[in-house]
Write a protein that binds this ligand. Structure first.
Ligand code: ADP
Length: 285
């Protein structure tokens, strides 16, 4: 090899080393670009989630404010009539004052439901699990609702013989069953039937709350556990309602490791099923 050939060989060697280096740098650049794209995607996903949360929050506030405005306006109107002495007689005054008191109760119920939803959603609520009898809980709820049961001449059929103790949060479960029983009474015409039955198997307690009421329209069943949702037929028969009860009922059931579902036929009635593990360690997956 002469000197020139040696120089050419050296240059070729340097060239192929440089090529390898360039390829290596290109590979690293591609990897960095991929990482950047992935980071960008996850940032825009987080951003979308934040925006959706923001929309949900302002929807929540707007619906809540809207629902509070109706009873508030009624109270304001009655108070002004009282101040201006505009009632024709004592009986009329009493009637309207009673209405104002009922509107106040509605607002308190609504605010409590809103706080409950907020607590449950943010996981602020501490569930305290203790051994308890769902049968006693349901019997206590029914006795508190006796006035409305008598007034609406509802035929109550209760069979809670097979109801073993479970481990659960008493306040939350009371709220759950109160919602279901109040709904059954609310959406069942006068002289209808409400049936509450318990059974247990395979480590689970099952409670059924059935009614002979208005039922839930097929095309609205999908939304029934959503926040603020009220079916059109329900709004017609009962103007008062927040549409939060079943949302809370579902959250409470699931926090106990249970399941809630329903069957319903318009004009024939609905059955709500709640299945709860006797021991909260045993959960549905
Ligand atoms: P609310 O009763 O305050 O409207 P809920 O969250 O308890 O709110 O119920 C949501 C909706 O589900 C009701 O508005 C109604 O349309 C429907 N629903 C619940 N329970 C029954 C029932 N037993 N029979 C018919 N419809 C029901």
């Amino acid at each position: 090899m002469n000197e020139q050939e040696i120089r050419i060989a050296e240059l070729q060697h340097q060239l192929s080393a440089s090529k390898e280096l360039v390829q290596q740098v290109l590979k690293e650049q591609q990897l960095a670009a991929k990482l950047l794209i992935r980071r960008d995607l996850s940032l825009s996903r987080a951003n979308e989630q934040l925006m959706a949360l923001d929309v949900a929050k302002s929807e929540f506030i707007s619906i809540a404010a809207h629902q509070l405005r109706t009873p508030l306006s009624a109270i304001k109107w009655i108070l002004y009539m009282l101040i201006n002495n505009e009632f024709n007689n004592n009986e009329e005054r009493e009637q309207f004052t009673e209405k104002a008191a009922q509107s106040t109760d509605r607002m308190i119920d609504l605010v409590n439901d809103l706080l409950e939803v907020d607590h449950i959603q943010l996981g602020k609520d501490q569930f305290i699990f203790v051994p308890l009898s769902v049968s006693n809980l349901i019997k206590a709820i029914i006795s508190e609702l006796q006035t409305i049961i008598t007034k609406r001449k509802i035929n109550m059929v209760i069979n809670l013989d097979s109801c073993p103790e479970i481990s659960g949060d008493e306040t939350k479960l009371r709220e759950l069953f109160q919602n279901l029983i109040e709904n059954a009474l609310k959406y069942t015409p006068v002289e209808g039937t409400v049936r509450i039955t318990s059974s247990s198997s395979d480590g689970f307690l099952k409670i059924e709350v059935a009614d002979s009421g208005i039922g839930i329209p097929e095309d609205q069943k999908y939304h029934i556990f959503s926040k603020f949702f009220r079916a059109a037929n329900a709004m017609k028969v009962e103007t008062v309602g927040s549409g939060l009860g079943l949302f809370i009922a579902k959250e409470v059931t699931e926090r106990h490791g249970g399941k809630i579902w329903f069957e319903s036929t318009v004009g024939q009635g609905s059955v709500f099923h709640v299945q709860l593990p006797l021991n909260p360690d045993k959960k549905f997956v």
